[in-house]
Write a protein that binds this ligand. Structure first.
Ligand code: SAM
Length: 277
């Protein structure tokens, strides 16, 4: 496709232009003929064309109307299905109505990287794997271990649902225009559902958000709306620790305890109300 396109900052457009890097990314994805795949933000098609060639057919989600028109003019619908619009609102399950495992790839627009990862986490049960290019700093936070500076809400919420690994870094010079920051390729593979044992994902999210809301404060302070001293003792968690010391499994234990206790409280109040009548 012709490169006569004025890159739009508001859509986070930095187009891959280094053929060696493009090849390395495609090799890391290892597309196999017939696999169901969707690329987020195909842009000028740097990854799109080699992916189509290996798969036979590819889905893409693109927001920029000029790029959509170019993609449609350059490729027939039997090899490329273009879904027009915002990937943050896109129903990824619509691509796999038969339940076939979906592979998701993309050089993601950096300005929406966190919301798109959370949106995609909702489809984890339909997904085989996801391979993305993101700002290196975001990838470091995704894969961070407890006790490190990068470890936070993004690490816990994504590691709860995915096994993740940073594959390699990509320097700014591989793009036109060049971004200011280093990028990395990350692979995300959904964990088996049997390992995802949070009884209420929303409660897990609220506990994790509170624990990292004020990083310097101890759990006794940050989780005071959820747990008292007796609760910490029952959970065998030291309330003097900071959130960054807890692993994903600890957060799941806390969230499940909170859910169980509020169910018990409800049952007790229901029981005593009944006995009053
Ligand atoms: N894949 C191309 C490449 O590697 O050269 C382009 C990558 S560029 C970093 C990001 C792409 O995502 C652009 O094509 C941009 O128009 C598109 N994009 C930005 N925001 C989007 C959104 N909310 N939904 C879908 N596509 C979006």
């Amino acid at each position: 496709m012709s490169e006569q396109h004025q890159a739009r900052k508001r859509f986070g457009q930095n187009f891959l232009s280094d053929p060696n890097i493009i090849r390395k990314i495609i090799d890391a994805i290892r597309p196999q003929p017939g696999e169901r795949m969707v690329e987020i933000g195909p842009g000028l098609g740097a990854m799109t064309e080699p992916l189509m060639a290996r798969l036979g057919h590819l889905n893409v989600v693109e927001i920029d109307r000029d790029l959509i028109a170019r993609l449609k003019a350059a490729h027939a619908p039997d090899v490329l299905t273009v879904h027009e619009g915002d990937a943050l609102k896109f129903d990824f399950a619509s691509i796999v109505p038969d339940g076939a495992p979906l592979r998701v790839v993309g050089n993601l627009p950096y300005n929406i990287s966190t919301p798109i990862l959370f949106h995609l986490a909702d489809y984890a049960d339909k997904v085989k794997d996801m391979t993305f290019m993101l700002q290196k700093e975001v990838v470091m936070r995704m894969v961070a271990e407890p006790g490190t500076e990068e470890y936070g809400r993004l690490s816990v919420m994504l590691q709860y649902r995915f096994n993740m690994g940073r594959l390699f870094d990509v320097p700014p010079g591989a793009f036109r225009p060049a971004p200011k920051v280093m990028s990395s390729i990350v692979r995300m593979v959904p964990r088996p559902l049997a390992e995802c044992t949070a009884t209420d994902y929303g409660v897990l999210g609220r506990v994790v958000t509170a624990a990292f809301g004020q990083r310097r404060k101890t759990l006794r302070n940050t989780l005071r709306d959820f747990l008292n001293e007796d609760d910490f003792a029952a959970l065998e968690i030291d309330p003097g620790l900071r959130g960054e010391r807890l692993g994903v499994a600890d957060f799941v234990r806390i969230a499940n305890y909170v859910v169980m206790r509020s169910a018990l409280t409800e049952e007790i109040s229901h029981f005593s109300n009944e006995n009053l009548v």
